[in-house]
Design a protein around this ligand. Structure first.
Ligand code: CP3
Length: 372
């Protein structure tokens, strides 16, 4: 695909001037766009009530449920974007990989991928074609969601190849991803093949979401922070670039409206990694519209490091969600003030919403940010 269908919300004008899309293209809309990573999920009682009857990965491939869960935080909080309810392991699962999401832990793989033979078997068995043939539930969920979102953009997402590989090699969550980083140095050729395969599956997953109606994408490279800048550049960045190549050239013509000239645009992409203050330049070099910054690096410092050329997303510290309202408000003002240094700012947390968050705090935060 290299152009969007006429019925896509970026093409028919539903979302092309939405605050999120304008900010990701480097503008400063009148209202700062706000959304939260993990806004759908356990902080919401209406989510917990659905999950009481459905397993996580079953909900991800049930179009009605995935769409309903995606819409819940938009209805409740009035955020400026929906983020598609799914998980970074869904493309692996749909391609046939035996993976489960274990409560309180995360992804667990029946067969860790550790040797050259393991990687070869995965590439031969769990192919991009097999994934493409299994993606209808995702496409249907996106279509159902977008039909109800009106002018609110849907953000599609995928896990970056390193984060997927870290889970695949370890077989599950790990602290410092030592096995994965060891494979990278012990057998760089096998490592490259593993990342290329993960990149292809993530790219196919992103492309399907955009084609079905997502107006932006975010690449979650959650565990990239465990890498040095040199290792990221040499052993990881090429694969992340490859994932984004799947959507990079999908162009659309921005309609002439409100004095803004009609022009060719591409679907905006956000790149986010936790604990990645030392990698900002590397993350930007992968070629994206905006960088998600975690709570450890102040936005003005991040912007300065990037030559004040890159729109930033972030970076409220999730720990403030449990602090007294006046401290949260002061933290919000500090983040907004620092964010003015960047060409554009999308307000978000510096990582996902913690499950124990009081959802009313998030609703008030959105109101407060919109009123500033
Ligand atoms: O942000 C959103 O609202 C969209 C949905 C979303 C989920 N996972 C749903 C989910 C997104 C974008 C993800 C991405 C994801 N999944 C990442 C990258 C983002 C990040 O947090 O850095 C990672 C590393 C995963 C892997 C994963 N899946 C973990 C670590 C867990 C948590 C395990 C646990 O129980 O604490 C999951 C499960 C998961 N993915 C849940 C949700 C809502 C919780 C499932 C539940 O019990 O209901």
């Amino acid at each position: 695909m290299n152009s969007l269908p006429a019925s896509h919300p970026l093409v028919d004008g539903r979302t092309s001037d939405a605050p999120l899309i304008r900010a990701l293209h480097g503008h400063r809309p009148e209202r700062i766009p706000v959304w939260f990573m993990r806004q759908a999920g356990r902080s919401l009682p209406e989510y917990r009530s659905i999950r009481a009857d459905h397993r996580m990965l079953d909900a991800c491939v049930n179009p009605e449920l995935a769409s309903e869960i995606t819409l819940q935080p938009v209805r409740r909080h009035g955020v400026d974007a929906a983020v598609f309810f799914s998980d970074i392991v869904v493309p692996l699962k749909l391609a046939g990989v035996d993976v489960d999401l274990v409560a309180g832990r995360g992804p667990v793989f029946a067969d860790p991928v550790r040797s050259a033979a393991d990687v070869r078997r995965c590439r031969a068995e769990f192919t991009a074609d097999r994934l493409r043939a299994a993606l209808d539930p995702v496409r249907d969920a996106v279509r159902l969601t977008v039909a109800q979102l009106g002018g609110t953009p849907l953000i599609g997402f995928a896990g970056a190849p390193f984060t997927l590989a870290a889970y695949l090699v370890e077989g599950g969550p790990s602290r410092d991803h030592l096995r994965a980083r060891t494979l990278m140095h012990a057998d760089p050729e096998t490592w490259r093949e593993l990342l290329d395969w993960a990149a292809e599956l993530s790219g196919v997953f992103l492309e399907a979401q955009v084609e079905a109606g997502a107006s932006a994408v975010q690449l979650f490279d959650s565990w990239a922070g465990s890498l040095s800048a040199a290792d990221y550049r040499a052993h990881v960045a090429p694969a992340s670039r490859r994932t984004l190549d799947a959507v990079r050239d999908i162009a659309y013509r921005h309609p002439l409206r409100d004095g803004y000239a009609a022009c060719e645009e591409t679907v905006p992409a956000i790149h986010f990694a936790v604990g990645s203050g030392h990698l900002l330049e590397e993350l930007a070099a992968v070629g994206v519209s905006a960088i998600g910054v975690d709570w450890r690096t102040p936005l003005d410092e991040a912007s300065r490091r990037l030559g004040d050329t890159v729109p930033l997303q972030g970076n409220l510290d999730p720990a403030y969600l449990g602090a007294p309202p006046e401290r949260l408000a002061a933290h919000l003002d500090d983040v907004l003030r620092r964010g003015t240094r960047a060409p554009a700012h999308v307000l978000n947390l510096g990582h996902g919403v913690p499950p124990e968050t009081d959802p009313d705090v998030l609703t008030r935060l959105v109101e407060l940010a919109h009123a500033r």
